[in-house]
Write a protein of this length. Structure first.
Length: 83
């Protein structure tokens, strides 16, 4: 349960990141979720951008063919933090 009111864009950003992209099994025990529920919105937003690895590959490296995850985390973070 979130301890502060979320705007519709913030809800979309969190829903895209948490249950949809990383899944509930990884989301609910994550540092992101703990910080969000503790009211640490800035900390939670920073955590979203840390999820940029896929199968052990760093998605910031374009040759790993998963750079879309970096873009998606940026978008989700922007919505969740500033939406």
């Amino acid at each position: 349960m979130c301890v502060f009111r979320l705007t519709p864009p913030q809800k979309v950003g969190i829903a895209s990141f948490c249950p949809y992209n990383i899944g509930p099994g990884k989301c609910f025990p994550s540092t992101f979720y703990r910080k969000l529920n503790a009211g640490d919105r800035k900390g939670a937003c920073a955590e979203i951008r840390r999820w940029i690895f896929d199968g052990g590959k760093d998605c910031r490296v374009r040759s790993n063919n998963c750079y879309g995850q970096v873009s998606r985390r940026d978008q989700e973070s922007a919505l969740a933090c500033w939406g």
